[in-house]
Design a protein around this ligand. Structure first.
Ligand SMILES: C[S@@+](CC[C@H](N)C(=O)[O-])C[C@H]1O[C@@H](n2cnc3c(N)ncnc32)[C@H](O)[C@@H]1O
Length: 278
């Protein structure tokens, strides 16, 4: 039997303070408290909810997505993807902002979610009107991905948020970055949340995967969210920028105002192909 979504005790301690500091949101302390609140609130829960408001037929509709997490994933072999990372929350929040201002990167697009883990980012993209979403990761975490995708798609169909038969517009595949097993230059939009982690995973295959999968031309976009963790060999942000430069990809850092919940150590980049001048 599933347990209800429970807030983390540290988040509860910050909840009241967070609410009272909203009016004074320009203050550094107020922002920090709000950040601590959103980062902690569901980190230890069995179910991680992600909510946003959407305008449908001139009415504001509250949308809630919920994915199951496995807290012991790093110990039982499921892997780091068994929980929702803060960077995935920020990327989801950015996709919702773009949708709300009428410049969605995902609506009507063919999407691939790399290192998807629980599947949150791809599920949000599906909710925001993606034409097709390919959820990818490696190893046992894919069982959790499939479970979360299937439950959320069912839910979206039931609420008539997406049409019947939309199950066929999603697939979950094992994909090792840069392996070439999912075709070449065939996705309009690539989602990457918290996969730049040189302590655990080499970065070259990740950038090779962007180059391999992103459609040619100006239309293709890759949204990457990154949480900064110090690495003794190099700065992962600089290394990512260098690898993109080598692959003729250009980076644009998204401004904080475009992300509802954000944090000083989390960056969202938009990555596009450089267009060669003729
Ligand atoms: C920190 S988790 C992030 C999960 C999810 N995107 C999130 O932010 O909540 C990194 C994910 O990358 C996947 N990963 C690591 N190296 C990979 C590789 N070479 N090819 C494919 N997936 C990989 C891991 O299995 C893991 O699920």
């Amino acid at each position: 039997m599933s347990r209800p979504t429970a807030k983390h005790p540290i988040a509860l301690a910050f909840q009241d303070v967070s609410a009272t500091t909203t009016a004074n949101s320009s203050s550094k302390i107020g922002n920090k408290i709000k950040e601590l609140y959103w980062r902690q609130q569901y980190s230890q829960a069995e179910y991680y909810p992600f909510e946003y408001m959407e305008e449908e037929e001139e009415k504001n509709v509250h949308v809630e997505i919920k994915v199951r997490q496995k807290q012991c994933g790093e110990q039982d072999g499921t892997g780091t993807g068994a929980v929702v990372w803060n960077a995935a929350h920020c990327l989801s929040s950015y996709m919702c902002y773009k949708h709300a201002v009428g410049s969605s990167d995902v609506e009507g697009k063919k999407i691939i979610d790399l290192g998807t883990g629980t599947g949150l980012t791809g599920i949000v993209a599906m909710n925001l009107g993606a034409e097709e979403v390919c959820f990818t990761d490696v190893g046992p975490v894919l069982e959790l991905t499939k479970e979360n995708v299937s439950i959320n798609i069912e839910n979206m169909i039931e609420k008539e948020h997406i049409s019947k038969g939309s199950e066929g517009r999603t697939r979950t595949e094992e994909y090792w970055w840069g392996s070439g097993t999912l075709g070449v230059k065939c996705f309009d939009c690539i989602l990457i949340a918290d996969c730049i982690l040189p302590k655990l995973y080499p970065m070259e295959p990740l950038v090779a995967a962007i180059d391999e999968l992103l459609v040619d031309g100006e239309g293709g976009v890759c949204l990457v969210s990154y949480e900064h963790r110090t690495w003794f060999e190099f700065d992962p942000r600089e290394k990512f920028a260098e690898l993109c430069e080598e692959a003729e990809l250009k980076l644009r850092r998204i401004s904080e105002g475009e992300i509802r919940e954000t944090a000083e150590d989390i960056i969202v980049w938009e990555v596009k192909r450089k267009i060669k001048e003729t």
